[in-house]
Design a protein. Structure first.
Length: 122
């Protein structure tokens, strides 16, 4: 039997779903899901991919690069202008950890809830 799955949704745990959704909405230009509320917020992409953000009481951010609290999820994004994209993301609330294993090829940033993600050239 051959099986081909289509990714339909990604959900990230966080302390403030609306704030984290606003960060990713600004970064990716996605539409806010109409059923977002204080405990859950979502974004949808034109092809139907849903990115959700759910409130978790006592949420603790992953520790990059250590594994004391592992990253649990890791998103990768591409940008034509790596420096410009990094500057915008930092302005919007991302942070840049000291540990940068990609050199000039890619950059690791942390979203406002502490999830690491990579930014690389298109």
């Amino acid at each position: 039997m051959s099986l081909r799955l289509k990714l339909a949704a990604i959900t990230l745990d966080c302390a403030d779903p609306e704030a984290l959704a606003a960060f990713y909405q600004r970064a990716m230009g996605l539409e806010a899901h109409p059923e977002s509320n204080g405990d859950f917020a979502g974004l949808t992409r034109e092809d139907g991919l849903f990115i959700g953000f759910q409130r978790v009481d006592g949420y603790e951010a992953p520790r990059w690069p250590g594994q004391g609290r592992p990253q649990q999820v890791h998103l990768d994004f591409t940008a034509d202008d790596l420096d410009g994209a990094e500057a915008a993301l930092l302005e919007w609330g991302a942070t840049k950890p000291a540990h940068q294993p990609g050199g000039e090829r890619w950059r690791v940033l942390l979203d406002p809830a502490g999830h690491p993600f990579c930014l690389t050239r298109s």
